[in-house]
Design a protein around this ligand. Structure first.
Ligand code: KG4
Ligand code: ZN
Length: 358
């Protein structure tokens, strides 16, 4: 069984073909450079760029995979949540292919793509505890099965990646900020500034990064002659120190809640063995190492997708599409892309109840 997956929900135009024996047959990722000068993704610019490149990306992916369109069993597209202009481009491309080839269309929740990637790359089995940390989301979930999630906690303000991006913007490090912060943090003193751990005593598993970001802002403002972040003049070493302290504190915030989530997971899912991290921020090596230690201390196996499959890609959509297709969870061509689509709302629907072959 082979499935084509298309991703276009943010600033990556990507496609991939995967097979049910967990083989990645071909893939292409185009990261849009257009947004760099704006310090963040501009939705309209992203949508136009997706439209311009989607056909060639799909064609190249199939060519790399050595697969003819007729040989595909299903076509999956990232169908939300995300920037709706881009999502529509990918969904329409997938529907058009499904219709023309008389194949199944599968609407994949972008977050489910991230959530299931470790099953492709590491063969993780259900149920598992998942930390999902991307540019738009930050959640702790139990993945029970395809489309079946128990959300244990979520951010009440900024997503983890968003906090990395905002701190990077204040330090003039460009977009996306995560990779640059990680790089500079390597040369910094992570104990120089003491930063807050918002919600650490909240008693629930929710997270918050906005207070952390504000604390960083105040430090940067102290380097400015007029108190404005834009005018701050920071020595290189101080930038590195701020990056290191922020990265350490953000990681600690996640660990504090995960520690508790693990207790809940072990008590309620005794069959579960794995702690998995997914989403763009999962590319961060400092976080990965901390999570590996946490898993080991709690006798869980740690699994993280290879770094290139943490940030947005077509492979994750193809794989989630394949898992859904295997369960008969296909969608009709009337499916409407969803700008908002909580993962724990993603209850499976039988093919007969609306999902049919195109
Ligand atoms: O999953 P993703 O590619 O897109 C979304 O679905 O949001 O995640 C992008 C986010 C950005 O906020 C980016 O700064 C962050 O992931 N990110 C990182 C690293 N690489 C990417 N954050 C921290 N450390 C990294 N190495
Ligand atoms: Zn993503």
């Amino acid at each position: 069984m082979i499935v084509l997956g298309i991703e276009s929900s943010c600033d990556e135009t990507a496609a991939a073909v995967v097979s049910d024996d967990r083989e990645i047959l071909g893939e292409v990722v185009l990261s849009q450079e257009e947004h760099k000068k704006f310090g963040g993704v501009v939705p309209e610019v992203a949508a136009r760029a997706h439209l311009e490149h989607i056909d060639e990306i799909i064609e190249l992916t199939l060519k790399k995979a050595g697969v003819k369109p007729q040989e595909l069993d299903a076509i999956a597209a990232s169908s939300g949540p995300g920037l709706i202009g881009g999502v529509v481009v990918g969904v329409m491309a997938a529907k058009a292919l499904a219709l023309a080839l008389n194949k199944h269309f599968v609407a994949v929740n972008h977050l489910e793509g991230h959530a299931l990637t470790a099953r492709l790359t590491a063969g993780v089995t259900y149920p598992y505890l998942l930390l999902l940390v991307s540019g738009g989301h930050c959640q702790i979930l139990v993945v029970k099965d395809v489309g079946q999630y128990e959300r244990l906690g979520t951010t009440i303000d900024d997503a983890a990646g968003e906090a990395f991006d905002k701190v990077a913007k204040m330090l003039n490090l460009g977009y996306p900020g995560g990779p640059m912060i990680e790089k500079l943090a390597d040369q910094g003193n992570e104990n120089r500034f003491s930063l807050p751990h918002p919600l650490q005593n909240s008693g629930d598993l929710n997270l918050s990064f906005s207070g952390l970001k504000t604390a960083v802002r105040k430090i940067i403002e102290s380097y400015s002659p007029d108190g404005k972040v834009e005018h701050a003049i920071l020595p290189k070493q101080d930038v590195a120190d701020i990056c290191a302290c922020f990265q350490k504190t953000a990681t600690e915030c996640l660990l504090i809640k995960l520690e508790r989530a693990i207790k809940y997971f072990k008590a309620n899912y005794p069959d579960g063995n794995d702690l998995v991290v997914a989403g763009g921020v999962a590319a961060n090596s400092y976080l990965r190492m901390a999570l590996e230690r946490l898993a080991k201390n709690n006798k869980l196996t740690f699994a993280a997708p290879p770094i290139r499959y943490c940030t947005d890609n077509g492979v994750m959509i193809a794989w989630a599409g394949l898992e859904r297709f295997q369960k008969g969870l296909t969608n009709s061509l009337n499916f409407k892309p969803r700008p908002r689509w909580p993962l724990d709302e993603n209850a499976p629907k039988a093919a007969g109840a609306g999902g049919v072959k195109a």
